[in-house]
Design a protein around this ligand. Structure first.
Ligand code: HEC
Ligand code: HEC
Length: 245
């Protein structure tokens, strides 16, 4: 599967959203909650696969085939149009969630910038990837507070409607059966071959058979962040980031 990213686009078609909602609530709502935020099944509004989905191209297979043994039933009878409608509905929910940040941003002023700085360099390990004098210098001047919070929670290209830098590619290391290793940015991958762009900019296509492949999602730390950060830590962190004008 080729590496692809969600490109923030126009809001989903309201008619498709409405059809999708009518289908989603009774069909999927029992496990994923009628609004998609999850019950026994996962929260689909904060789900990386759903966020990157475009018209059902990623979630379509999961819905069609289900995840046998993992509690996700197959819905083999749903048509491609119905799945696209469900995708439109979930994307409207994602936009709604993003907008809700705008209402919580007064919390920024309630945070403690000093505690935020300590978290940044300590428990949060933010300084292992970022520098307040490097990539994050002046970040508060680049984003309004609610956008800054949204960038923090949904960095990369996955935040609908937000600007921001182009995504960092997924880094891959392939160890061939001979023991040779090739590292580079993941370009594409299928069941037989993987293509990387190495440091010199050259494209290298390698057989997958017998090779060990390690992928490093550059945003993995953020997915963990969403799960682990407390509200208080978030407020302190934002208060600190706000000082980086
Ligand atoms: C009986 C409960 C149940 C129903 C009904 C259900 N799901 Fe699920 N769904 C799950 C569970 C549990 C998982 C997690 C499976 C796993 O761990 O891989 C899941 C996973 C998913 C995922 C994959 C998320 C990811 O990133 O891995 C998508 C997308 C999804 N469901 C969409 C739907 C849609 C759309 C419907 C309705 C057409 C639906 N589900 C109905 C229980 C359900
Ligand atoms: C393992 C590396 C890693 C860690 C740890 C990490 N980040 Fe990030 N962060 C990234 C990547 C990758 C991006 C995507 C933007 C990019 O490509 O530069 C990003 C994006 C961001 C952005 C948005 C930048 C912009 O210009 O839109 C902010 C703000 C941010 N991180 C803050 C933090 C904070 C605060 C922490 C600690 C709680 C943290 N990050 C931890 C890797 C990391």
């Amino acid at each position: 599967m080729a590496a692809r990213v969600f490109t923030p686009g126009a809001p989903p078609d309201p008619a498709a959203v409405e059809r999708g909602q009518k289908l989603f609530a009774p069909t999927c709502g029992f496990c994923h909650a009628p609004d998609g935020t999850g019950k026994s099944g996962p929260d689909l509004v904060a789900d990386a696969m759903v966020i990157r989905d475009n018209g059902g191209d990623l979630i379509g297979r999961v819905i069609h085939d289900g995840r046998p043994g993992k509690g996700m039933p197959a819905f083999a009878d749903l048509t491609a149009t119905q799945i696209a409608d469900i995708s439109a509905f979930l994307h409207s929910q994602i936009r709604g969630a993003a907008n809700r940040f705008a209402y919580s941003f007064h919390e920024v002023v309630t945070g403690n910038a000093q505690a935020g700085e300590a978290f940044f360099n300590g428990t949060g390990k933010c300084n292992t990837c970022h520098s307040v004098t490097g990539d994050l210098a002046g970040i508060a001047g680049r984003y309004q507070p609610p956008d800054l919070e949204a960038r923090l929670v949904y960095p990369g290209p996955s935040f609908p409607g937000a600007g921001g830098p182009p995504p960092k590619p997924t880094a891959a290391t392939v160890t061939l059966p001979s023991g040779d290793t090739v590292s580079g940015a993941l370009v594409s991958r299928n069941p037989f071959e993987i293509t990387l762009k190495d440091e010199s900019g050259a494209y290298r296509t390698l057989p997958v058979d017998g090779a060990r492949i390690e992928l490093h999602d550059p945003l993995a730390a953020h997915k963990e962040l969403i799960d682990s950060i407390t509200d208080a830590e978030m407020h302190d962190l934002l208060a600190y980031l706000e000082t980086l004008k």
